[in-house]
Design a protein around this ligand. Structure first.
Ligand code: NAD
Length: 366
């Protein structure tokens, strides 16, 4: 697996070499003097369809850091779309700067850059970008998703992400216990934000014993009073007795320290980039006999939701029905992982690449 990080990418590193290593098709630098817009759009792969992925706005410490982020994130989107059976490629955009810079002109200028790509890249929300921002972008391009339902869009994707995560968790239970029932299972949900909160609701309805942790006292209070979940302090989460750990807050929580301490049999949560080191920690979990649902597979509900929006005539029921398939995808990945004695992360990437290659050949055939 190819790893990219800023340390390895010095000013002398050839960008073309990096694109070749990671398999990117195109990188677009966008600059506008009047609004101060500085953005990079990464198009990783468009074999299956247009590259769809959100725009992230971040005060990156350097241009290099922004480039690394867009390369890594756009590549991840290719695998997420492919493994989810969507006819989409992988792309992502990063805007370099402070959120205070955002205004109508700034966002519309970005929309114009997106439009200039003629549909090869379709944008959506990501960190620090809101539905309102998508509305401004939409004034300059149709190649945008994540619009409010009042504008014919798919609205907040979190409930669909949450449902897909719940389906994936059930599939993992089927793999580990032979039954997909979560009744009586001790599940710890780390992060009870948009996705985590809905997940707690599903789990509570099914009769799971839910524990929650968060850095927000207010959210903990709300969710515990609403669903009767037990609050666990952030320092203790890897020491408590649980069957399932559901990371729904931040990335890299699966690392040397946490994996060594963990007492669960299953990890199934929505957070992005859960494995600190994809390869090493994917295999560490395997060695410890912990079943892991790769994050880009189990949290694909959000992408599924914007994909349905992109297809037109958005219908939330259809989005849920597609997200339900995450159950079968998770089962298949565990099966391939076991059969080939490879980590689920590696199995998922292999299956994604296999689909891209197969469909690529179909597209080339006369
Ligand atoms: P959110 O911001 O609504 O919720 C995140 C929650 O995590 C917040 O309540 C926050 O207080 C908490 N948190 C932050 N740092 C924490 C820490 N150190 N320990 C414990 N809790 C902490 O975000 P969300 O939309 O619910 O997304 C959750 C995760 O799922 C993110 O990693 C996101 O990238 C990923 N994801 C979300 C979607 C979606 O549709 N929203 C789709 C795919 C992936």
């Amino acid at each position: 697996m190819i790893e990219v990080n800023e340390a390895k990418m010095t000013a002398k590193t050839s960008i073309f070499k990096k694109l070749e290593e990671m398999g990117h098709e195109q990188i677009v630098y966008c600059h506008d003097e009047h609004t101060g817009l500085k953005a990079i759009i990464g198009i990783h792969n468009t074999v299956l369809g247009p590259a769809l992925g959100g725009t992230r706005m971040w005060n990156y410490a350097s241009e290099q850091e922004a480039l690394v982020d867009v390369l890594r994130l756009s590549r991840g989107m290719t695998f997420k779309a492919a493994i989810s059976g969507l006819n989409l490629g992988g792309g992502k955009a990063v805007i370099i700067g402070d959120v205070k810079q955002k205004n109508e002109a700034f966002l519309r200028r970005f929309g114009k850059f997106v439009d200039g790509l003629g549909g090869r890249y379709i944008t959506a929300e990501d960190v620090n970008m809101k539905t309102r921002d998508m509305e401004y972008i939409h004034m300059e391009t149709n190649n945008v998703t994540g619009l409010p339902e009042s504008m014919g869009g798919g609205g907040d994707p979190s409930p669909v992400t949450s449902f897909g995560t719940y389906m994936g968790m059930k599939a993992m239970a089927k793999t580990a216990y032979g039954s997909d029932s979560l009744e009586g299972k001790k599940v710890l949900v780390q992060g009870v934000g948009q996705v985590g909160m809905y997940l707690v609701e599903y789990l509570t309805k099914e009769g799971a014993k839910v524990m929650i942790s968060d850095i927000s006292e207010e959210k903990l209070k709300n969710v515990s009073s609403q669903f009767g979940a037990t609050v666990i302090s952030n320092e203790d989460i890897f020491d408590v007795d649980m069957d399932i750990y559901a990371p729904c807050a931040l990335g890299a929580t699966l690392n040397d320290d946490s994996i060594a301490r963990m007492k669960c049999q299953i990890i199934a949560g929505a957070a992005n980039n859960q494995l600190e080191d994809e390869e090493k920690h994917g295999y560490m979990l395997m060695d410890r006999g912990i079943f892991y649902a790769p994050d880009f597979v189990i949290n694909a509900g959000g992408l599924i939701n914007v994909y349905k929006e992109h297809l037109g005539s958005y219908n939330r029921d259809r989005a849920y029905r597609t997200a339900e398939k995450i159950y079968d995808t998770c089962l298949n990945i565990q099966h391939v992982s076991e059969e080939h004695n490879i980590s689920p992360q590696e199995a998922a990437i292999k299956l994604a690449i296999k689909r891209i290659k197969a469909i690529g050949r179909v597209k080339l055939s006369k």
